[in-house]
Design a protein around this ligand. Structure first.
Ligand code: GLU
Length: 431
């Protein structure tokens, strides 16, 4: 039996939230089993002539509220249990934001950094050839995730369109703008988390210039939230990527940090003036050390399971914003709760990405495209609304925000599932 721990761990939130949610036990049972899981193999001709076989997955966890929705990740550690957990989180995330989607996820076991651009294109197109019968604008709509980007989404949408012999941009979101992408999709995940923090700022009565921030992971989402918080005056004092991190008590000049990371492909603290950049003093630190810094806001924005039973007691941040999917294990979650750390959970904090994906899908289907300001306004409105609904549920039941977010999601999913009838209805004609 393959190890299914990651998925089983993810499901624990169902049982925790069940007692407070408006959901029938049958519906809970259904959510414990993904509707569809496929494993594919993708043969790719490498540049040196040899053929390599890659393994990939697509899981549609649930599609009661609409087509499956969720990203495709390219990473050496992708495994089926993790893809199932990620698909389950997508079901909950779409329900939290009240998007007319269920949840899905895909992944390919590969280190894309080792592939040439042509090999990456062949792999991306090959994946779509394998899963084409299981995706579509009305069935399951993929998007980017870790180590996949808009260019890859463009290749994938093109491959699907070729197979169907029809221009079908709505099959995939997160595409480049000229190929039917939406304005505002690129930074949407980080922006959604930033909008959550702006509401949280009101709760705390924070003045941004007094607040320190550490971000683990400096990819798309990490950079976006860094840029937005910096523009408001927050102090970014530490940041890391997969190779390690940098710390500077006085805070970083965020635009030049982003520039250095993207141009030189590594993190170093630089200061830029009149087009001239110089490397400036900063301390280096490991990813583990970053998580334990004495900061106000900690933002895990990389992989899952980074805060565990082993290090949770050493987390000193007052607020933790889960930009990554599943960065805190269930055991660690209990410890953080005990310590009084305010956790803004992933299914709310990083839902900005899928929300703007939804906007992209709507624009593709209507053929009417929105301005960036419209996208931002609509995103902000949804994040604010759901943030406060979850806050209200947390207060009402005296539970943490993660449990409250699940209660919120499950109540919406529960209504959809029970509208199709439950045991009581079929036995006695009652709902
Ligand atoms: N991969 C992102 C997530 O985990 C975005 C999914 C989407 O846009 O469908 O939320």
């Amino acid at each position: 039996m393959p190890d299914d721990t990651v998925f089983r761990d993810a499901l624990r939130n169902l049982d925790r939230a069940f007692q407070y949610a408006d959901i029938h036990p049958e519906a809970i049972e259904r959510l414990k089993h993904p509707k569809l899981s496929i494993e594919v193999t993708i043969p790719v001709r490498m540049d040196d002539g040899q053929m390599r076989i890659f393994r990939g997955y697509r899981v549609r966890h649930d599609d009661t509220r609409g087509p499956g929705k969720g990203g495709i990740r390219f990473h050496p550690e992708v495994d089926l249990s993790e893809v199932k957990a990620l698909a389950f989180w997508m079901t909950c995330k779409c329900a939290v934001m009240n998007l007319p989607f269920g949840g899905a996820k895909g992944g390919v076991v590969v280190n894309p950094k080792e592939l040439s651009p042509l090999e990456l294109e062949r792999l991306s197109r090959g994946f779509i050839q394998r899963v084409a019968d299981f995706i579509g604008p009305e069935t399951d709509v993929p998007a980017p995730d870790i180590y996949t980007n808009s260019m890859i989404m463009g290749w994938m949408a093109d491959e699907y369109s070729k197979i169907r012999r029809q221009f079908t941009p709505a099959v995939i979101t997160g595409k480049p703008i000229p190929l039917g992408g939406s304005l505002g999709r690129e930074d949407a995940t980080g922006r959604g988390a930033y909008y959550c923090l702006k509401e949280h700022e009101k709760q705390r009565g924070w003045h941004p210039q007094d607040v320190t921030v550490a971000i683990q992971g400096f990819g798309n989402a990490g950079q976006a939230i860094a840029r937005l918080l910096d523009a408001d005056g927050y102090n970014l004092v530490a940041v890391s990527d997969s190779s390690g991190g940098v710390y500077r008590k006085e805070g970083f000049h965020v635009p030049s940090l982003i520039q250095a990371k993207n141009e030189r492909k590594k993190l170093e603290s630089v200061y830029c003036r009149d087009g001239l950049c110089e490397v400036i003093e900063s301390e280096t630190l490991t990813n583990e050390e970053l998580l334990e810094l004495d900061v106000d806001i900690l933002v895990p924005a990389a992989l899952g399971n980074v805060i565990t039973a082993e290090n949770a007691a050493r987390v000193r941040a007052a607020t933790l914003v889960e930009v990554a999917n599943g960065p805190v294990t269930p055991e660690a979650d209990a410890i953080l709760h005990e310590k009084g750390v305010f956790v803004i959970p992933d299914i709310l904090a990083n839902a900005g990405g899928v929300t703007v994906s939804y906007f992209e899908w709507v624009q593709n289907r209507t053929g009417l495209y929105w301005t960036e300001a419209e996208v931002h306004d609509r995103l902000r409105e949804r994040v604010e609304r759901e943030y406060w609904k979850i806050d209200e549920l947390a207060q009402r039941h005296a539970i943490d925000r993660r449990a409250a977010a699940y209660v919120h999601a499950l109540s919406r999913i529960g209504k959809a599932l029970t509208a199709q009838g439950t045991e009581e209805y079929f036995r006695n004609g009652k709902r």
